[in-house]
Write a new protein. Structure first.
Lengths: 117, 114
């Protein structure tokens, strides 16, 4: 158990809908990261938040947005869903307090499997 | 941009065989390097990491050495077990401030048989 929790575990929805994925980081971790894992794209970084502020952005679609709340949990919002958005979405967290956050270990949650029908 | 290249799988080995999974990277500066493992139906777990050149990461019998001259971070284990069957991902992260992201390779599936 990494200490990172994600809900829900599975989500099945229809095209055009909107969903929210939730992540609670490990106790004490200030950074939260979101990744998408799909068969055709592999594991792709989406976005990073550090202590409530966006710090790094990857190949995140404009239909997707995220935020980190004062209690440090994070939500990833996916809207106008398409079939191609079906994937496993992982949240990870790290301490990221050092000046070299790249050296920190990212701890991954179990993921949310999104199926768009 | 940054990228990671891993050997194609699947890799099928008999128990107690020697394992090597090749990983090379392209990056600006001096990134940190990681190996993560994903067991069926689970999230990713850190296996080992190295944060500077010539560092060796090791864990559970697995080892990898950060080779700056060949931009490589090959994963090795002297004697694999059936329980090592999983997908292994090589990844890098730039060493900058509080902004960080992992760039992953495509993953290598390992199957160990009796």
């Amino acid at each position: 158990d990494s200490g990172v929790t994600q809900t829900p575990k599975h989500l099945i929805t229809a095209t055009g809908q909107r969903v929210t994925l939730r992540c609670s980081p490990r106790s004490g971790d200030l950074s939260v990261y979101w990744y998408q894992q799909s068969l055709d794209q592999g594991l792709q970084f989406l976005i990073q938040y550090y202590n409530g502020e966006e710090r790094a952005k990857g190949n995140i679609l404009e239909r997707f947005s995220a935020q980190q709340f004062p209690d440090l949990h994070s939500e990833l919002n996916l809207s106008s869903l398409e079939l191609g958005d079906s994937a496993l979405y992982f949240c990870a967290s790290s301490v990221a307090m050092s000046g070299r956050a790249g050296t920190d270990t990212q701890y991954f949650g179990p993921g949310t499997r999104l199926t768009v029908l | 941009g940054n990228s990671v290249t891993q050997m194609e799988g699947p890799v099928t080995l008999s128990e107690e065989a020697f394992l090597t999974i090749n990983c090379t990277y392209t990056a600006t500066g001096y990134p940190s390097l990681f190996w993560y493992v994903q067991y069926p139906g689970e999230g990713l777990q850190l296996l080992l990491k190295a944060t500077k050149a010539d560092d060796k990461g090791s864990n559970k019998g697995f080892e990898a050495t950060y080779r700056k001259e060949t931009t490589s971070f090959h994963l090795e284990k002297g004697s694999v077990q059936v329980s090592d069957s999983a997908v292994y991902f090589c990844a890098l992260s730039p060493n900058t401030g509080t902004a960080s992201k992992l760039t992953f390779g495509t993953g290598t599936r390992l199957q160990v048989t009796l």
